[in-house]
Write a protein of this length. Structure first.
Length: 328
């Protein structure tokens, strides 16, 4: 293997133009880790937050952006027995995905689903780990329940709609254009709410309230989400595009027996992420291989076009996932 690799670094906090191509030393596989030769890397909102100086990587992680990738295993660290050199996998990364090579825990790697290309596989880890752990493991969504997901046309949203639909839930989604609402409906949402024209609170109250809401907006949406919940409903918060603070009347939670929870993925322990990976392999990978669920693709850019990929994401005009082609 080469001694150096091409990578995209954040030169300083700022807009998309601070992403620059550079050369870095090759990563090494520590105990329990593998090194992947990256084929494609997913582009996600946390990457943009890190670029803007608002989401620092953990102390032990690479400072390079990139939280998911597909690629070929080219090196094994001590203690790795479940993977072999040459295996094709997709992986949840602690960072460093915007590069030709990346190191990650072997337990966070999953096989590329049968029949799926490397480009599509690169879109799976960040969104599927996030959706499965929050909607099903933490939120406890069950068949027949009413499920509302905000940002239905995003990578998280398109994944959540499909998984909830195939698991038998009644799915509702919000989006900001008629085209995005149409995309949500095609994926399995029985009602797609254009938030510029309709109030999701009114829609959900007319249906009896949502049993579960997945929200990444925050801010003023938080008290509105509580109004939109059914009795004993659950609100799961995974991001705060409008800020993390809101005034909430906790008497409402008590009298209506509501639950507020949430999580972020990156700070969780390696063991916690490994457990999510195990559930995904058992519960979700068969759905991907049978074609019942699939990543929704928006666009692809080369590694040296990372700034253009971020600019595309920040227009919020995309539907589904954006990827970087690295060695694919």
């Amino acid at each position: 293997m080469p001694e150096t690799m091409r990578a995209i670094e954040i030169t300083q906090p700022g807009g998309p133009d601070v992403l620059q191509l550079t050369e870095r030393p090759m990563p090494q596989a520590g105990p329990g880790q593998v090194v992947l030769k990256v084929a494609f890397a997913g582009v996600n909102r946390p990457d943009a937050l890190q670029r803007a100086g608002m989401y620092a990587p953990p102390p032990t992680a690479s400072d390079l952006p990139g939280l998911e990738a597909s690629g070929e295993v080219v090196a094994l660290g001590a203690g790795v027995s479940d993977l072999r050199i040459g295996d094709l996998v997709c992986a949840l990364l602690p960072g460093g995905g915007y590069a030709e090579y990346v190191a990650t825990p072997a337990a966070h790697c999953l096989p590329v689903p049968k029949g799926m290309g490397m480009k599509e596989a690169a879109c799976l880890p960040e969104t599927f780990f996030t959706v499965w752990s929050n909607v099903f493991m933490r939120g406890g969504l069950k068949a027949g329940e009413r499920f509302l997901v905000h940002g239905g046309s995003s990578g998280i949203g398109t994944t959540a709609i499909q998984l909830a639909h195939v698991k038998g839930a009644r799915v509702f989604a919000t989006a900001g254009t008629d085209a995005k609402c149409a995309a949500c409906a095609e994926l399995g949402a029985e009602a797609a709410i254009n938030y510029r024209d309709m109030d999701f609170v009114d829609v959900m109250q007319a249906e009896g309230g949502a049993d579960l809401i997945l929200d990444m907006v925050g801010g003023g949406y938080i008290p509105r989400n509580l109004k939109a919940l059914a009795e004993d409903g659950r609100l799961v918060q995974i991001a705060f595009l409008q800020g993390p603070k809101a005034e909430v009347n906790f008497a409402t939670l008590m009298t209506r027996r509501l639950t507020m929870t949430g999580s972020t993925l990156r700070p969780q322990s390696d063991l916690a992420k490994a457990r999510i990976a195990q559930e995904l392999r058992r519960e979700v990978w068969p759905l991907l291989e049978s074609g019942q669920v699939a990543p929704v693709m928006d666009s692809s850019y080369t590694l040296d076009q990372a700034s253009e990929a971020h600019a595309r994401m920040e227009t919020s005009g995309h539907i589904g996932k954006i990827v970087l082609s690295v060695g694919g």
